[in-house]
Design a protein around this ligand. Structure first.
Ligand code: FMN
Length: 521
């Protein structure tokens, strides 16, 4: 079975690293005339409009990212309004901007590499108030659902997952799908990493939005791939299912699903031609699970990644108490969110940074993270400007809820250099890197662990975006020179692989307006 041929994941990761060499040797250029459309469209299907009169809940975004024990969760059957809320704030269009000569650009609720929006959400539902049982595609462009199949197909997904208990009574199972070409057009084979980064930022939003609507939500990464892709009826060389999300509770399964026949639906072409990046297909096949039994076995794995005790100075986090969190409501935060394009050198407070780290690392409800102590990524930081925290390189100790100073110093220049020479990381107050012990992950979870690690990193990053905007400052995901980052944080991070980078800080615009307000500009 491929999942245990873990040299395939190591090869993929190695071959898609950024280095000075790979970047400057590259002859790749962007063929703008062939840019893929950022929406999947089914021209022959009727759109079922989603309600626009969505509830304004005012639930603080930071609370929405909290562990379930910190909020009240009931178990209602979701309404169409609940689904509309979750879909809008996970993956809907939240901002429009006109670029003279280029037309209108539709930005989405969650950050996405290159704004290419290659992730689609599908819903498999039983009969719900306002929605008949079926398989639906969410169309963010028209804020609508398109019905692909009629009938209750949840059984297919539960079976594919090897009867994951978290899916068994979920009235809604979201399938997170990815169309490779929509991102590989720009990023080539590295786009397979982006599959999970960009699914992860959406899932961070989705989990928070579900919490606000008091819908239990749970991620399932272990499933036999073929039956799930067959349900979507996608050409798996181009589009695949990445993850399932059980939403809601108390909706027992029917004894069986209707048969899964091919759909023969027309899908609008993405661009005049599509290029194939075999490394993506190979890595996806290598991390596929063949049977429900494989999925059930995969889910049971625990990953012990011992953290060496701190040897450097420890700085305890000082987050706000749960009942005193900044009050910005989730819906406002997501509508305001956008990647910061220029950071000011204005410092964050240690409480602000603590809130980001504490909220981002709240447990993620997921099959592969269920065993106590299991986590894939460790957080390493370059602190440029945080009050009461010396500038330098740090690692986050989750048990102690503290930052260990690995190396003091002003590392703004290095931060920018590690982020492919992008000033965003140099100017930001903090750059947070997710690193993992890839060999340990692959030993425990096989190649499928690679998907899980990238996805966890994307969710952590997505939560950091929300936690930043909830506190009035900004964030931007960034790409990086892989081996240079590992070298920078070594020896502590020796042998670890970089999965994600996000920069945090006030937008430069913010400082100008703050200066103007105080009469200093
Ligand atoms: C994982 C990730 C990596 C990103 N990398 C970069 C980057 O290297 N440079 C950059 O300027 N923006 C980067 N971005 C920001 C995206 O360009 C941005 O999310 C996208 O244009 C959509 O805009 P919005 O976030 O303002 O909605 C990244 C975003 C994500 C989620």
């Amino acid at each position: 079975m491929h999942n245990w041929s873990t040299e395939l994941a190591l090869t993929y990761h190695e071959e898609t690293k950024h280095s000075y060499d790979s970047l400057y040797r590259s002859r790749h250029f962007l063929d703008w005339a062939n840019q893929p459309r950022p929406f999947k469209l089914y021209p022959g299907l009727e759109a079922i409009p989603l309600p626009a009169d969505l509830p304004v809940t005012q639930v603080p975004a930071l609370l929405a990212m909290s562990h379930p024990s910190e909020t009240t969760v009931t178990t209602p059957l979701p309404t169409l309004h609940d689904l509309a809320y979750v879909l809008l704030y996970a993956a809907g269009v939240t901002r429009r901007r006109v670029y003279p000569g280029h037309g209108e650009m539709l930005f989405r609720a969650a950050a996405c590499t290159g704004a290419l929006y290659h992730i689609d959400l599908y819903l498999t539902v039983c009969d719900l108030p306002g929605l008949r049982a079926g398989l639906y595609h969410f169309d963010p462009h028209d804020f609508a659902l398109c019905q692909l199949r009629q009938g209750d197909y949840r059984h297919v997904l539960v079976e594919a997952s090897g009867n994951d208990p978290a899916l068994q009574e979920a009235p809604v199972i979201v399938i997170v799908g990815d169309t490779f070409w929509r991102n590989s057009w720009k990023y080539r084979a590295r786009a397979y990493r982006h599959s999970f980064w960009d699914a992860g930022t959406i899932l961070a939003n989705l989990l928070a939005a579900a919490r606000v609507r008091t819908l239990p939500a749970h991620l399932t990464l272990g499933f036999a791939d073929a039956p799930v892709n067959a349900l979507l009826d996608v050409d798996t060389n181009r589009e695949v299912a990445l993850c399932l999300v059980g939403l809601g509770a108390a909706a027992p399964l029917l004894a069986a699903a209707p048969p899964v026949e091919p759909l023969h639906l027309e899908v609008a072409p993405l661009s005049s031609e599509e290029h194939d990046y075999p490394a993506i297909r190979i890595m996806h096949a290598a991390s596929s699970l063949e049977s429900p039994e494989d999925a059930a076995e995969w889910r049971g794995v625990a990953l012990e990644t011992p953290f060496s005790p701190a040897t450097g100075d420890l700085f305890p986090l000082c987050p706000d108490a749960v009942d005193r969190l900044p009050p910005a409501a989730l819906e406002d935060v997501i509508r305001r969110r956008g990647s910061t394009r220029q950071f000011a050198h204005q410092p964050l407070s240690l409480t602000q940074l603590s809130n980001v780290l504490v909220r981002a690392t709240q447990p993620i409800p997921a099959d592969c993270l269920a065993a106590p102590g299991t986590r894939f990524n460790d957080l390493y930081l370059i602190v440029n400007a945080v009050a009461d925290l010396p500038s330098g390189a740090y690692v986050f100790h989750p048990q102690e809820q503290a930052l260990e100073l690995l190396r003091p110093g002003d590392f703004r220049l290095q931060a920018g250099a590690l982020a492919l020479g992008q000033e965003l990381a140099a100017d930001a107050s903090v750059a947070v890197f997710c690193l993992c012990d890839l060999l340990a992950v692959l030993e425990g979870f096989g190649n499928r662990g690679y998907r899980a690690t990238q996805l966890e990193a994307g969710i952590l990053g997505g939560r950091m975006y929300l936690a930043a905007y909830a506190q009035g400052f900004g964030a931007s995901g960034l790409t990086f020179f892989d081996d240079d980052v590992t070298a920078f944080f070594s020896p502590h991070a020796a042998d670890k692989s970089v999965m994600f980078l996000i920069a945090l800080g006030y937008a430069a615009r913010h400082r100008r307006s703050a200066d103007a307000a105080s009469g200093t500009s």
